[in-house]
Design a binder for this molecule. Structure first.
Ligand code: ADP
Ligand code: MG
Length: 198
């Protein structure tokens, strides 16, 4: 169960890729990541960052129309997009259970649509555009770990991402990451700056 969500702001697609790349060192075969958020939220950009950092042999493209792409990398990567599937039955018929291969890292766009089919332990990432219409490139990434191992992995990602984003000096005002208690995370109006664990 997740009680606290980690919220990360990014200000370009490249920054979102850096956050994805920051998660990659802690990913192991069998890991499942569900990405949610509207079209253009940056789900595919995040997967690109993960795949490049895992040494994928070719560039990640959107699987929206093809539903599944597989990449050879440090571990095999399965990249699914279930947007065009209309029922759990269609997802099942696609062979979804077989794609949840314990030898692969599995990333699922629109995963929240098939939440009951996801393994209990997984990382949920919700991506949103900023409410401010002026900042077209701002995104908010909300990390919800499901399962104790994911809490540690998300912490490791945070520290790597902070280091890399600062080193690249891509954007420098305000805290990058905040921890917010659930369930208020879902409206993201009152994130608390994290100093110490409450
Ligand atoms: P999705 O897979 O969620 O539909 P994509 O990753 O395919 O989204 O597309 C995201 C689009 O938004 C790209 O055109 C990208 O350049 C743009 N973009 C702008 N700012 C960001 C950001 N902070 N993070 C991710 N993508 C961004
Ligand atoms: Mg996509």
């Amino acid at each position: 169960m997740s009680h606290r969500a980690l919220v990360c702001s990014t200000y370009s697609a490249e920054e979102t890729r850096i956050v994805g790349a920051s998660l990659s060192p802690v990913l192991l075969p069998g890991d499942v990541i569900s990405l949610s958020g509207d079209l253009g939220a940056g789900k595919t950009a995040f997967v690109q960052g993960v795949a490049v950092a895992l040494g994928a042999e070719r560039a990640v493209t959107s699987p929206t129309f093809t539903i599944v792409h597989e990449y050879e990398a440090r571990y095999p990567i399965v990249h699914l997009d279930v947007y065009r599937l209309n029922s759990f039955q269609e997802v099942h018929d696609l062979g979804f259970e077989e794609y949840l291969d314990p030898r692969s890292i599995v990333l699922i766009e629109w995963g929240e649509a098939i939440a009951p089919m996801l393994p209990r332990r997984h990382l949920e990432i919700e991506m949103r555009r900023a409410k401010d219409p002026e900042s077209d490139d701002e995104r908010c990434l909300i990390f919800r770990p499901h399962g104790p191992e994911w809490i540690g992995k998300v912490q490791a990602m945070r520290s790597t991402a902070e280091t890399l984003l600062n080193a690249a000096a891509l954007h420098s005002d305000g805290p990058r990451f905040v921890v917010t208690p659930e369930p208020h995370a879902r409206d993201h109006r009152h994130p608390t700056s994290e100093g110490e664990e409450a």
